[in-house]
Design a protein around this ligand. Structure first.
Ligand code: ATP
Ligand code: MG
Length: 365
């Protein structure tokens, strides 16, 4: 029974609170208007009292009535203006604070919150704006996580493809050589030895391939050495593994923003992988050039070349290059023809790095 009473009381308190919460501003403004009206009525009473209390002739009475009414009219206007100014001052300040807050939120600054003064309509608006800013901060953090997750997935897909294209095929070939050596061991020891030699060679290549893959997965190298030295080291290993002569033209140092360095690094890796896999080239040339606010990277080979328009979208490599370059606001130009070798030129402006909004182009000839 007691329980019921207390819950009834709570309910009343809640409904009163919600009424004030929802109508607080309206109540306060209504109160203001009541005060102004009361003031005007009171003044009118005083004026009427003054004119009726004085015994005089009709003409004097009329003049006095007019004078007092004029004065009362002026006083009501001044008082009304003063009252209006005072009663709206708080309201306007809070509206201004809200405008400033929404401007900050629109500019992506969500650190500062609005002060909530009352629980009325404006207070609710302030609370909702604050909550909206918190939710936006949450969404942005979530979006960052998703971007990082996508980058990881992209990297995994790439690793899976590289493992499939290189290591898996070579392990298969290794297994075939060992199988053949095993079969020939009793009948033809010399032939078996040859197959074991092949297997040995293949296992060496697999090791090299794996270490190249591990190397490619570590842009830490890039962070430590900087782009020119990282490219030089990478190219030395790549050239030895693929038996393709490499020529480099790199600046001593170049201070590029890391997003640009990373894109150029990935582009170089993919292009070199294409040269090794598809070009049958005997020579490759890499040039990194910085001129003012422009950086360019060119990779050219003397291989068999290919029909660029016919091969767009054949694999993921060239597409991923142009996407990466677009993201830093740069352009990709691929020139190739059968028997003419292939060259790729990446150009990009150093500042500002307009990630995501930048518009890039891919030109092919
Ligand atoms: N330097 C090159 N020399 C000759 N052909 C090339 C060269 N670079 C690319 N190609 C041709 O362009 C095609 C598309 O290249 P892309 O890098 O997009 O795909 P991929 O290397 O076949 O596969 P992925 O990069 O997805 O592993 C290649 O299959 C190849 O035929
Ligand atoms: Mg490729």
């Amino acid at each position: 029974m007691k329980k019921k009473e207390s819950s009834g009381l709570n309910l009343t308190a809640r409904s009163e609170e919600s009424f004030i919460t929802w109508r607080g501003l309206q109540i306060r403004m209504t109160q203001s208007y009541i005060w102004v009206t009361l003031g005007a009525v009171l003044l009118f009473q005083i004026v009427s009292g003054a004119t009726t209390a004085r015994p005089s002739n009709a003409a004097d009475l009329h003049i006095l009535w007019l004078e007092l009414n004029g004065l009362a009219f002026l006083v009501v206007i001044v008082l009304g203006a003063l009252f209006g100014f005072i009663s709206t001052y708080g309201l306007i300040s809070r509206l201004r604070a809200m405008t400033a807050a929404t401007t900050r939120f629109a500019a992506g600054q969500y650190e500062r919150r609005l002060k909530v003064y009352t629980k009325d309509e404006l207070g609710q608006l302030e609370t909702h704006l604050n909550r909206m800013a918190e939710q936006l901060v949450g969404y942005l953090a979530q979006q960052k996580l998703l971007v990082a997750q996508n980058a990881r997935l992209e990297e995994r897909a790439r690793l899976a493809r590289d493992l499939h294209d290189s290591v898996k095929q070579q392990v298969f070939a290794l297994a075939v050589q060992i199988e053949l050596a095993h079969t020939l061991l009793e009948k033809d020891r010399e032939a078996a030895r040859e197959h074991l030699g092949e297997a040995d060679e293949l296992s060496y290549h697999i090791q090299q391939e794996l270490s190249a893959l591990i190397h490619a997965l570590r842009p830490a190298d890039l962070q430590i050495k900087g782009l020119p030295r990282a490219l030089e080291d990478y190219l030395t290993t790549w050239s030895r593994q693929n038996k393709i002569a490499a020529e480099v033209d790199l600046p001593e140092t170049c201070c590029l923003p890391f997003p640009i360095e990373e894109v150029l690094w990935r582009v170089a890796q993919e292009s070199l992988s294409n040269v090794a896999r598809h070009s049958r080239a005997s020579r490759v040339r890499i040039k990194l050039k910085l001129a003012g606010q422009q950086v360019s990277l060119s990779i050219s080979d003397n291989g068999q070349g290919f029909e660029v328009s016919g091969n767009q979208g054949a694999g993921l490599g060239l597409r991923s290059i142009s996407e990466r370059v677009e993201r830093i606001g740069g352009t990709t130009l691929i020139q190739s023809a059968h028997g003419q070798g292939t060259s790729m030129l990446i150009r990009c402006s150093i500042s500002p790095v307009a990630e995501s909004t930048a518009k890039g182009q891919v030109a092919t000839t």
